[in-house]
Design a protein around this ligand. Structure first.
Ligand code: ZN
Length: 447
């Protein structure tokens, strides 16, 4: 019996020791593998598409948990993999702190018709660090630029909205067009009611119901409208360090000259500004089409009064009618509400005119005297002789000789390295914060 008891006691002690080792071992193991719940737990909202996956990692510097969706769309999975690589690279530069950094990536995914949108939201130590979002076509298995959602005019409208809604750091024209073009811009997410865009930490939401006239296909419950698509003025981007001139054309439209001028400007990858007379637009049923094409082709449409009255001789009411009637005619022709810059007939806009209207006035620094000379060579010489960086050049798109003089002049300026821009582009490139009630005659030189 004695022997037996001893054996039982020994076995019990051994069992206790083993249990102790097991408990300590499990404890150590638990401590090693345990991830803080603030990293492992995420809201289940907007995670109904694909499977919810995690990548976990622990080292001396950080504890990370990336949550992400896995779907059958390969291009999407690939993008996520690349994002994780980028994030890892970023995290590898974190400084070692007393406590390991807590790194968490949350996500949301949304399916709308053929579109699959994913947002990845990265937090470090509880603070938002980075958010990126992309939209994919399930059918084509590709990442989409935002322009893929819209028709041709719609792409211009979207480019224009991107350019107007994101702060423009000084950048080269190529970078500008790459960053803010519908055909290139990919940082967007389609939600029920909005398209959410992001750039450099800023956001801009576009309500889907405002896009119905220029959507390519229906999106969710949002149906493409049969209304004509409105035009938009599209800032085509400028290298601010290049020599710039703004060609401006008064008194049109003209059934032939206006379009020839646009053709020639475009030959030099340039844009111009067309100050049109409202009454003249009404003269031919063909003219509203030309007015619209000015905007659709990326040029600037501007106001040169309704019936070419001398503004300095008008009372407040007829003065404003001269401007407003033409703005309305433009709106009817193009669907674009402006604002439209104004060139007063004869360049006349005294203090009373400027204080009693609500427009930005634009005159010129180079007068080609084309209406007077009606001579190609004389016009061409004036353009070449007088032009300077920042010049606003006055020509009339009324006469064949004006066109010929312009065609000769633009070639000479192109040879001298000039870029041809709209008045709006010139002002933006040179940092002029133009205001209503002011009159401008040129843009400052490049620094
Ligand atoms: Zn005029």
């Amino acid at each position: 019996m004695q022997v037996k008891r001893n054996t039982i006691q020994k076995k019990a002690i051994l069992a206790l020791v083993l249990l102790g080792v097991l408990v300590i071992g499990l404890g150590v193991l638990y401590k090693v593998t345990r991830y803080p719940s603030e990293l492992t737990q995420v809201s289940l909202e907007n995670k109904t598409v694909g499977s919810h996956e995690q990548v976990k990692e622990k080292n001396d510097t950080m504890i990370k948990v990336y949550h992400y969706p896995k779907t059958s769309v390969k291009s999407l999975n690939q993008w996520i993999e690349n994002e994780h690589k980028h994030n890892d690279e970023m995290m590898s530069k974190l400084k070692k702190a007393e406590q390991a950094h807590l790194v968490k990536q949350d996500y949301s995914i949304k399916e709308t018709d053929d579109y699959l949108s994913v947002a990845l939201i990265l937090n470090v130590d509880g603070k938002p660090q980075k958010q990126t979002q992309r939209t994919f076509s399930k059918k084509d298995d590709t990442m989409l630029p935002i322009g893929a959602l819209f028709n041709d005019t719609g792409q211009n409208i979207i480019s224009s909205l991107l350019r107007n809604n994101y702060k423009q750091e000084k950048m080269s024209r190529n970078d500008y067009l790459q960053t803010y073009s519908a055909a290139e811009f990919k940082d967007f997410y389609i939600d029920e009611e909005t398209i959410k865009t992001m750039h450099a930490g800023q956001t801009f939401d576009l309500p889907l119901k405002e896009t119905l006239t220029y959507l390519k296909n229906n999106i969710g419950k949002h149906t493409v409208s049969k209304e004509p698509t409105p035009s938009v003025y599209l800032d085509a981007g400028v290298d601010p360090d290049k020599k710039l001139v703004a060609f401006t054309f008064d008194d049109g439209p003209h059934w032939e000259v206006t379009e020839k001028i646009m053709d020639t400007l475009e030959k030099y990858d340039g844009q111009g500004t067309f100050f049109m007379v409202g009454q003249r637009v009404e003269e031919s049923k063909d003219y509203p089409r030309i007015v619209k094409s000015v905007l659709d082709r990326g040029h600037q449409l501007a106001n040169h009064s309704y019936s070419h009255e001398n503004f300095n001789s008008l009372e407040k009411k007829p003065l404003n009618e001269q401007i407003d009637k033409t703005n309305d005619i433009f709106y009817k022709a193009t669907g674009y509400k402006g604002p439209y810059m104004v060139r007063p007939p004869y360049g006349n806009a005294n203090e009373f005119v400027r204080n009693n209207t609500n427009s930005v006035f634009v005159n010129w620094s180079v007068d080609t005297l084309d209406w007077q000379s009606r001579n190609k060579n004389a016009i061409c010489n004036e353009i070449q002789k007088q032009s300077h960086d920042g010049a606003i050049i006055l020509i009339h798109d009324l006469y064949e000789t004006s066109y010929e003089g312009f065609e000769c002049g633009i070639k000479k300026l192109a040879d001298e390295g000039y870029t041809f821009v709209t008045v709006e582009e010139l002002f933006k490139a040179r940092g002029i914060q133009y205001e209503t009630g002011e009159i401008y005659t040129w843009g400052p030189k490049a620094n």
